[in-house]
Design a binder for this molecule. Structure first.
Ligand SMILES: C[S@@+](CC[C@H](N)C(=O)[O-])C[C@H]1O[C@@H](n2cnc3c(N)ncnc32)[C@H](O)[C@@H]1O
Length: 315
């Protein structure tokens, strides 16, 4: 299969099961890569005796498989892009032309914004994601810049007008110091009056930490199923450990299974407020929304906010 089939717009994603109450989780983190392991499955033979069959299970970082990530989430892109443009027009001071996406992943948003004529830079830690994005830019005959780097230590010669970071990417920063460093760092590379659109889940104290999400996408003869499970939740450490398992089946019949485990930082509304107070010399909250990405539907920044989408403006 070529990457071209995987980046077409016609993939569909539909939930396989109802989501657990209260908490919605959508996204993931660059986990430490673990070596491939061989799992042995017991199977009955024709004579009824148990025989052992070896089954290869790849344990690793699901961000090393950008094509599957992209297939599963690309149909979220259009409404995010529409929201970004409306937010730029409504909340930024001055024109928005130069854009940055820290933690850009497969670059679904970078490519979409470049296609709209913005001067976009995508930065990510994952070489696999960036390689996929470079190919996407080339294939689409687009103009966009990719940078391999850490979103807490970004340096650019020229400032950006706006940045965006959705899909829980921010929660990959696992402690307060790093989260503050990131917000300050974005502040250093965005001009005054520019915006930072930041979207991530907030998990209230009374939320059920048990959570499983299932995703499905099919395109170009490849079927991809993803399951995200919370396997550990530590309110004191403010971390949840997630396992994402991807099962892909190609047209040829070839199957691939990838299991990935990683942690995300956990926030309650008071914890987000406390964090934002610490960087209030750099960022003001222009408005609060949720994952409906509806510019006409603002949200109160109160304890009911779980799917938070903040429009921050650079002071
Ligand atoms: C959930 S993906 C989101 C990708 C993209 N923002 C999107 O919405 O499709 C998170 C991405 O953040 C990247 N990432 C995690 N920690 C990072 C860091 N400290 N600096 C840069 N990228 C990071 C991962 O490699 C991954 O590609």
């Amino acid at each position: 299969m070529t990457q071209a089939t995987l980046t077409s717009k016609s993939a569909t994603k539909k939930p396989l099961a109802k989501k657990a109450p209260v908490k919605k989780t959508l996204v993931k983190k660059a986990a430490a890569t673990k070596p491939a392991a061989t799992k042995t499955a017991a199977k009955k033979s024709a004579t009824g005796k148990s025989v052992k069959k070896s089954k290869q299970v790849e344990l690793g970082d699901w961000y090393d498989y950008p094509q599957y990530f992209d297939m599963l989430f690309r149909d979220e892109t259009a409404e995010e892009v529409a929201f970004f443009e409306k937010a730029f027009a409504k909340y930024a001071n001055g024109d928005i032309k130069r854009l940055l996406e820290p933690g850009c992943g497969s670059g679904r948003l970078v490519a979409a914004m470049a296609r709209k004529g913005y001067d976009v830079t995508g930065l990510d830690l994952s070489p696999a994601m960036l390689k996929y994005l470079d190919a996407r830019i080339k294939r689409g005959n687009l103009s966009a810049t990719t940078v391999h780097g850490d979103m807490t230590q970004m340096q650019f010669d020229e400032k950006f007008d706006a940045a965006f970071c959705t899909f829980n990417t921010f929660r990959h920063l696992l402690d307060e110091k790093t989260a503050i460093k990131h917000l300050q760092n974005v502040g250093e590379v965005i001009r005054e009056g520019g915006l930072y659109i930041l979207g991530f889940h907030i998990i209230p104290d009374d939320a059920d930490p048990e959570c499983t999400e299932r995703w499905y996408a099919s395109h170009g003869g490849t079927d991809v199923k993803g399951v995200l499970k919370v396997i550990d939740f530590n309110r004191r450490k403010r971390e949840e450990m997630l396992r994402v398992t991807i099962n892909a089946k190609m047209r040829s019949g070839k199957k691939q299974r990838v299991a990935s485990e990683f942690s995300l930082r956990v926030y309650t509304v008071p914890q987000v407020k406390s964090l934002f107070r610490k960087i209030s010399d750099v960022w003001e909250i222009a408005e609060v929304f949720d994952f409906d990405y509806d510019i006409d539907k603002t949200r109160e920044f109160d304890d009911d906010l779980t799917d938070a989408l903040f429009v921050l403006r650079r002071r």
